[in-house]
Design a protein around this ligand. Structure first.
Ligand SMILES: Cc1ncc(COP(=O)(O)O)c(C=O)c1O
Length: 461
């Protein structure tokens, strides 16, 4: 990781380039503009989810093939967004298309478990080493149920999360995410801040945030909660944060968290909605070698179909099996989703696929690091399996505070516009990272690096 800064970026120049690139993107996306005019008459804000909204209009897509997507204007783009990290298999992967096509003719929904569901659970047991699983339909459902299971098991209500982490859109975790830096409170006692309107204060207060990469701060906060008779049911966290770019755990951090939670009888949940199946066959749990009590999966699990899963130890999942916690849902284990997941796990996300993703990631990270070094940009590239990003910050980001203090919002915005105008479909938002797929090639990642090089040249000209 290189964090050497050699140039001072000219802020006026950045803003001029943003204006130029935004105008260019408007020109190239007139069919999206038209679609937006129509869409917003029926869809709130013209989109199905607020995360798809964008000013002056969203980009509407039509099709995807392997590593490529097309928008309604016919622009062809290498896809580094990949459905917020869901499409590690690539678009219309033949194995998944075949499995879904065969399954759809046999009936799409019964609300009864099919053999594919049993198989997928067996495979997740093998990959994560956690013996019991249940299925759901999204990452939010997975984290919601994991927290409920932890609460049911322990009889406690308070939960601990990492400040700045996103775990989905239900009330318990829509707390202390992307808030203004001035409001976060002091590090030892971060505030429980609802993320957006509609979150009851009473629910938000049950969620206590702590800094990432600081096991001491976590333990001290837990001690104070215990003294207040608010011992937490669980700690829910990503082993590597994936919603502030990519923030890796410092050496020994996860081991310490594991030790603290075990010693204190607190359920440790690794939210692997982004990392699971994307950074290794057995996700962050395999990659970092620390085993939590529970894992949540979604995104890559379904190969593009809505999927989620919760895995846990026998002890933790006993409250599901004895019926004291209701883990339920009409579409859980849906036959189409399970057929897609099975094909993905057996035919697509193979050891060879992870070798390919690691090699591609090494190439893109090395390419981006080369650009950073050549132009003396303040920033660094970081990669892990299918995931990675360039973080525009002169210093290493280790938690939410360092992210807020040094992330360069303008350069990140410029990078997104630059990419979109040059055939790279990238996740919008400065917290986001790229997702590679098994269909990506050297050509695809070299295209990404080439666009980054062009931007760096213009930024520093
Ligand atoms: C770490 C993490 N957990 C949970 C979620 C929620 O998943 P979903 O959007 O499928 O509900 C996300 C979504 O981005 C996520 O990144």
């Amino acid at each position: 990781m290189s964090t050497e800064t050699t140039v001072q970026l000219d802020r006026n120049r950045i803003r001029t380039l943003i204006d130029r690139e935004a105008a260019r993107l408007d020109e190239r996306t007139q069919a999206s503009a038209d679609m937006y005019k129509r869409a917003r008459q029926a869809l709130s804000g013209g989109v199905a989810s607020s995360y798809q909204a964008r000013d002056p209009w969203p980009i509407y897509l039509t099709t995807g093939e392997g590593a490529v997507v097309y928008d309604v204007d016919g622009n062809r783009m290498w896809d580094f967004h990949n459905g917020f990290g869901s499409m590690v298999q690539g678009h219309a992967n033949p194995a998944i298309v075949k499995a879904v096509a065969e399954r759809v003719a046999l009936g799409t929904h019964f609300a009864a478990t099919t053999e594919d569901g049993v198989f997928v659970a067996e495979e997740l047991v093998r990959r994560w080493g956690l013996p019991r699983w249940r299925f759901l339909n999204s990452g939010s459902e997975a984290t919601m149920d994991a927290i409920r299971i932890a609460r049911g098991l322990t009889g406690r209500e308070t939960i601990v999360k990492i400040f700045g982490s996103y775990h989905g859109h239900h009330d318990a975790v829509m707390v202390s995410i992307g808030v203004e830096y001035a409001r976060i409170g002091d590090r030892e006692n971060y505030a429980s801040l609802p993320y957006g309107a509609g979150i009851p204060a009473a629910v938000a207060e049950l969620t206590v945030p702590v800094p990432f990469n600081d096991a001491g701060a976590m333990e001290r906060r837990i001690e104070r909660l215990e003294a207040e008779d608010r011992k937490p049911a669980c700690v829910i966290m990503e082993a590597a944060m994936m919603n502030l770019g990519v923030v890796l755990p410092e050496d020994g951090y996860l081991e310490e968290v594991r030790e603290i939670t075990k010693r204190r009888g607190i359920v440790l949940i690794f939210d692997e909605v982004k990392t699971g199946l994307a950074i290794a066959a057995g996700g962050a749990t395999e990659r970092f070698g620390v085993k939590p009590d529970m894992v949540t999966l979604a995104k890559t699990l379904g190969g593009g179909l809505p999927a989620g899963a919760v895995g846990g130890s026998e002890e933790v999942m006993s409250v599901v099996e004895d019926g004291s916690v209701y883990q339920v849902g009409t579409y859980n284990g849906n036959p189409l989703t399970m057929a897609a997941a099975r094909a993905s796990l057996t035919q697509v996300l193979t050891p060879e696929a992870y070798r390919h993703l690691d090699a591609l990631n090494d190439r893109i990270v090395a390419g981006c690091e080369g650009v950073i070094a050549r132009y003396g940009l303040p920033g660094y590239a970081i990669g892990l399996g299918a995931k990675g990003c360039v973080t525009f910050s002169p210093t290493k980001i280790v938690d939410y505070e360092s992210f807020k203090a040094s992330q360069d919002v303008e350069v990140t915005e410029l990078a997104w516009l630059f990419n979109m105008n040059r055939g790279i479909f990238m996740t919008p938002g400065r917290e986001e990272e790229w997702t590679l797929s098994v269909a990506h090639t050297d050509e695809a990642v070299d295209a990404y690096v080439q666009v980054f090089d062009e931007m760096a040249a213009e930024l520093t000209a």
